[in-house]
Design a protein around this ligand. Structure first.
Ligand code: ADP
Length: 566
């Protein structure tokens, strides 16, 4: 007999058929059954406490796997909490799908339970949104959001599932037909190669003729898995390179041509910059003086034509970073050139980098107690390096913690750094950790976070414990946002002047005890030996752990290195 299934089951069947292996989310009315069905069909559903973290997880999963990160929320407030993840995906250009249940269409406008016009609410952050009108439209809607998330410039998409549709029924045979039809209508998401030969020739010529060329790459190149093509380009041409924070690791930070430690010189003096999968936004000082020379010729490689039009580079190559670099490598191979170690530009960058690294090492080598940011970061760096390959995925957020971590921690493998990203989003840490552990089974995940960043979603340590994920969260605990009470005397005024400062948290908070409440392992450390021992034990155990590192509250700077934006 042809049995009937409901909309929840059909949505779960669609997700499974169209290749979804993991989902993140928070269940409740009307989507609990969808999650349960998905699990019964072989999808791993990671249940969070808060949709915000689930959304951050989905966005990072999209980035790490180049497949849509899918997260599920309830209607109304659940969808609104999910906007955090969707917007983060949109801004970072990561393929992500938010699926929210919504109120009964027949009761919309009458103040139904958790009623919201969700299609309108997601509009600013969604590349493509769809709300099926009948159960029969569920398979095609699921296929569309999954495809659109990947298409062209990746980003966030939204699927709205009204509760009345989730309870509608359809026969099994009709459902199978609809699934097959939707599968047959799927859109090809591979990026076609359409860069004219003349542009590739011109790019090769510009690099060849440059006196001070530089290759800059970002998380778009990481997403495109362009590491082999980049390595080949850098090593055949001998051109120094500069990764953006999340581009770090595509080529090892320790590479002889790495200009990271000579960043100001590299961007200030280069005459041709090949920028691959990185926007000339605030992170790259908009590509403008005084940080860059006014005469620099930019060659931009980006999948988004819109991005190239916005920046108006000297030369724009619209396409997939890996593909474009492979074709460029072929072109260069026919008439090779290499700057060599004694080239004045290469030498200048290498010398400056060596000088800066040596200066930093002097600071790092000191054992400062109570801890500043540098001493524990050096100890963490060395412990991570001691693990060898595969390197752990490092998640980093916080003002000073993230800034110091970016310069001290060494990245040598692609896509091993997740941080606050394009939007400087704080609170992403736990979600990213969970995504990284789920996306890369067997790999250790190490979060190095400020106490403020950690606090946004600290209860997700329970999620770590529940799923027994190999995540070690190191909290730099300096008692607040930027640490301590930094108000000037004239700011300490008014009837509430005796309240704690807006930047302060409870001093000496026991973050390690939080994970212990759920059965995880907690460590409280304040000296180099205590930290070394906690790292060694937790890295070998590969079980959920929180290391609460007590930092001098006055050690950091307000807003880290972004004081000028405050
Ligand atoms: P970063 O923060 O590392 O500087 P951005 O997020 O600013 O990087 O830039 C990433 C860029 O990469 C975006 O403009 C996006 O359009 C682009 N991008 C995404 N996927 C690809 C791809 N496959 N090939 C080339 N560029 C890509």
């Amino acid at each position: 007999m042809d049995t009937e299934i409901d909309g929840n089951t059909l949505a779960a069947m669609s997700l499974s058929k169209f290749g979804v292996e993991h989902m993140f989310g928070v269940v409740g009315i009307p989507v609990t059954s969808l999650a349960n069905r998905a699990v019964s069909l072989g999808i791993r559903f990671i249940a969070f406490h808060n949709e915000q973290s689930a959304g951050y997880a989905a966005s990072a999963y999209g980035y790490l796997t180049a497949r849509p990160g899918v997260f599920l929320t309830v209607s109304g407030p659940g969808c609104v909490h999910g906007l955090a993840g969707l917007s983060n995906a949109a801004v970072n250009t990561w393929p992500t799908v938010l699926i929210s249940g919504s109120c009964d269409q027949n009761d919309f406008g009458r103040g139904d339970f958790q009623e919201l016009d969700q299609i309108n609410a997601v509009k600013p952050f969604s590349k493509f949104s769809v709300k099926p009108n009948h159960i029969s439209e569920i398979p095609s809607s699921v296929a569309q959001v999954l495809d659109w998330a990947l298409l062209g410039r990746p980003g966030g998409c939204y699927l709205d599932l009204p509760s009345n549709l989730l309870h509608q029924k359809i026969s099994q045979s009709e459902a199978q037909n609809l699934l097959t039809e939707a599968q047959n209508n799927r859109v090809k998401t591979e990026i076609p190669f359409s860069v004219p030969n003349s542009k590739i020739d011109e790019a090769a010529l510009l690099l060849r003729r440059a006196e001070r060329p530089l290759i800059v790459f970002g998380k778009g190149a990481a997403y495109a898995r362009a590491e082999h093509a980049l390595k080949k380009l850098v090593e055949t041409t001998g051109i120094p390179f500069l990764p953006t924070p999340m581009g770090k690791g595509l080529l090892p930070d320790t590479h002889a041509l790495a200009a990271t430690a000579a960043r100001s010189l590299a961007i200030g003096k280069c005459d041709v910059a090949l920028v691959v999968g990185a926007r000339l936004n605030w992170l790259l000082h908009f590509g403008e003086p005084p940080k860059w020379s006014k005469d620099v010729k930019f060659i931009l490689v980006d999948v988004s034509e819109e991005e190239i039009e916005l920046r108006k580079p000297y030369l724009g190559l619209v396409g997939d970073a890996k593909h474009v670099l492979e074709v460029l490598n072929k072109e260069i191979k026919d008439d090779p050139f290499c700057l060599g170690n004694t080239h004045p530009w290469v030498e200048a960058i290498a010398n400056k980098a060596k000088e800066n690294v040596a200066k930093m090492e002097v600071q790092l080598s000191k054992d400062v107690v109570p801890f500043n940011f540098l001493t524990p970061m050096r100890i963490i760096r060395d412990a991570i390096l001691g693990l060898g390959s595969p390197a752990p995925i490092v998640v980093s957020e916080g003002a000073n913690t993230m800034d110091v971590g970016r310069s001290v921690l060494v990245q040598s493998e692609p896509r091993t750094r997740l941080d606050a990203g394009t939007w400087g989003t704080m609170g992403v840490g736990l979600g990213y950790c969970i995504a990284a552990a789920v996306a890369s089974p067997g790999r250790l995940v190490v979060a190095v976070e400020g106490d403020s960043g950690f606090g946004f979603s600290a209860v997700e340590v329970e999620t770590l414990v529940r799923y027994q994920l190999p995540v070690v969260v190191i909290v730099f605990n300096n008692g607040g946002v930027y640490g301590g009470d930094r108000r000037s005397p004239e700011e300490i005024n008014g009837p509430y002047k005796d309240d704690p400062a807006p930047t302060s948290f409870v001093p000496n908070a026991g973050y390690h005890a939080l994970i212990e409440a759920f059965g995880g392992k907690g460590y409280l450390v304040g000296t180099p030996d205590e930290l070394k021992s906690a790292l060694s034990e937790s890295f070998s155990a590969r079980k959920p752990a929180v290391i609460n590192v007590v930092i001098d509250p006055y050690a950091g700077a307000e807003s880290g290195r972004l004081q000028h934006k405050n």
